[in-house]
Structures are given as structure tokens and as C-alpha cells.
Design a protein around this ligand. Structure first.
Ligand SMILES: [Zn+2]
Length: 280
């Protein structure tokens, strides 16, 4: 599942494949950008912010006005620096291929965009919120996010402050709320709370050490940067990469109690009722 570390890795794949190169063609398969042609555009850099991907591009000097399909609040002021925004949500992915390489792995009907450069082809599958916006307007899409766990400006104190501002929210929901801190998805939420011995239903005000919880989330995501197998246990063996996530009815690795799965907010949560007693 794409969480902050997966999005960070994806941004790096695009950076290596495209940064610094001039696109030779593009093929958008979403209605809002169907007429957009990025041939001649230069890819400046690829970045992630929480779970958002930002591919920053510069229009060629000869380009007149904003590109077709652009979503700009102030198109006249946009200049030549644009950002192709995408969000992976549950199932999106970007893949980079060598020119001529077979696009293996995912069905073609899921393709939303193809970007071609002399050295690589980047293919975006099942992307969400695909939009071309002025780079100067990126904040309109990502400005609401809390501190980015894997960002250069990660600020744990600010994350704690934002969490603590809603003391009655359950910690399970608060960790997923990207306005508090950006990058935690359901897997890390479940695993962090298990490792801290906190029930997901505990209200934020009753969490004994919010700073420690935030610090652990940061450590787990950072540890998984640079690889595609997400592990919170230290093991990369199949079936051994998590303590509770995806393990309903299996014995807790610590105490042997059956791991439980239940809905919390609009997501399911996994937890060990013995290791994670509810606090009020
Ligand atoms: Zn247990």
C-alpha cells in the first residue's frame, strides 16, 4: 500500500528516470489533460510531499500561454514553471522503463499518463488527482498537510502540536489525518500503535507519550526508504514483515493472543487486545 515511504521511493524513481531531461512526448489518458502535450518540456525535479507526488517541469521558451488542461488559479502569472501533481491513494503507481522495454506488471487500461524522454519512459498507473498546476501554486494542493515525515523540513514538535490540538480524536484516526503529519498510512498506523502498546481507540489526550509515538512513526518510515518491501519487524521475509497489520486471527508475535481487525473511522485497523489495552 502506498504510504509516505512508497511515495518517496516513487519520487526517486522518477527523479532518476527523468530529471534534467527534455521530454520527447507525452500521452495523457485522463479527460482533463487529454489535449496536453509536454513534448519539449524539461523535467526539473521529482519530489514527494506526504503522499503527494510533484513532478516539476519547465515549459520550452516557445510555449505560448498555459498548457492545455492546466489548472491554474492565475494562468497569466504562472510563467514557465509547472508541476504535474499526482496521488497514488490505495492503488496508484509510477513505473520507469527503458525505451523499447516491455511495460510489464500492470494492465494497459490502468495507464493514465506516459512521459517519454530520450533515456526513459515513465508510465503512471491508476493515478488520482492528476493535474498540471503552476509550481508557484503547489501550496494550494499540499499546503494543508502537516509536517512531512520524510521531508527535508520534518518538524516533530509541530506534528505533536497538531495532534494534541484535537484531544478527543482517537489516536488511530489522528495518525492517518494528513493535516497532523503527512506520510503515515494504515500499515504504519497499526504497527506504531502496536509497538507503543496503545489501543487505536485511545483518545489523543490519553496517549502517554505523543512525542515518542511520532518519533517511532518517523523511524519506521525512514527505515523503509529506498526499498519496496515495507517491514516494521526487521524481517524482509514474506509473512514476517508486520506485527499486526494484515494478521487478523493470527497469534500476536509478542503474547500469542489472536490479532483483531475492526473498523475505525473509514478504515480497518489491526491490533492485539492484550498488548494494546484501551486507555480512557
Ligand atoms: Zn499481544
Amino acid at each position: 500500500m502506498p504510504e509516505g515511504d512508497t511515495v518517496w521511493n516513487t519520487a526517486r524513481v522518477l527523479q532518476r528516470a527523468l530529471a534534467g531531461s527534455r521530454l520527447t512526448g507525452s500521452d495523457f489518458r485522463v479527460p482533463q489533460l487529454a489535449a496536453t502535450d509536454l513534448a519539449g518540456w524539461t523535467v526539473r525535479e521529482s519530489a514527494s510531499r506526504g503522499k503527494h507526488l510533484l513532478l516539476r517541469l519547465t515549459a520550452p521558451p516557445e510555449a505560448a500561454g498555459p498548457p492545455a488542461g492546466a489548472a491554474a488559479a492565475r494562468p497569466d502569472a504562472a510563467g514557465r514553471d509547472w508541476t504535474l501533481h499526482s496521488h497514488l491513494r490505495m492503488d496508484g503507481a509510477w513505473r520507469a522503463y527503458a525505451p523499447g522495454e516491455r511495460w510489464a506488471g500492470r494492465p494497459a487500461h490502468l495507464i493514465r499518463v506516459v512521459l517519454r524522454s530520450p533515456g526513459a519512459v515513465a508510465v503512471g498507473y491508476h493515478l488520482h488527482e492528476l493535474a498540471l498546476i503552476p509550481t508557484a501554486e503547489e501550496e494550494s494542493l499540499v499546503g494543508h498537510l502537516g509536517p512531512d515525515l520524510l521531508g527535508p523540513d520534518w518538524d516533530p514538535d509541530e506534528a505533536v502540536r497538531r495532534l494534541a490540538a484535537h484531544p478527543d480524536q482517537t489516536i488511530g484516526e489522528a495518525l492517518l489525518d494528513q493535516r497532523n503529519l503527512a506520510g503515515v498510512g494504515n500499515l504504519y498506523k497499526c504497527e506504531v500503535l502496536f509497538l507503543r502498546g496503545i489501543s487505536p481507540w485511545t483518545p489523543v489526550r490519553a496517549v502517554p507519550d505523543l512525542a515518542g509515538t511520532v518519533a517511532l512513526a518517523h523511524r519506521l518510515l525512514a527505515a523503509n526508504r529506498g526499498r519496496w518491501t515495507q517491514s516494521t519487524t526487521g524481517s524482509l521475509h514474506r509473512g514476517q514483515t508486520s506485527y499486526v497489520y494484515g494478521r487478523q486471527a493470527q497469534p500476536c508475535r509478542r503474547c500469542g493472543t489472536a490479532v483483531r481487525k475492526e473498523e475505525l473511522g473509514d478504515r480497518v485497523t489491526y491490533w492485539c487486545p492484550a498488548c494494546q489495552p484501551e486507555r480512557r
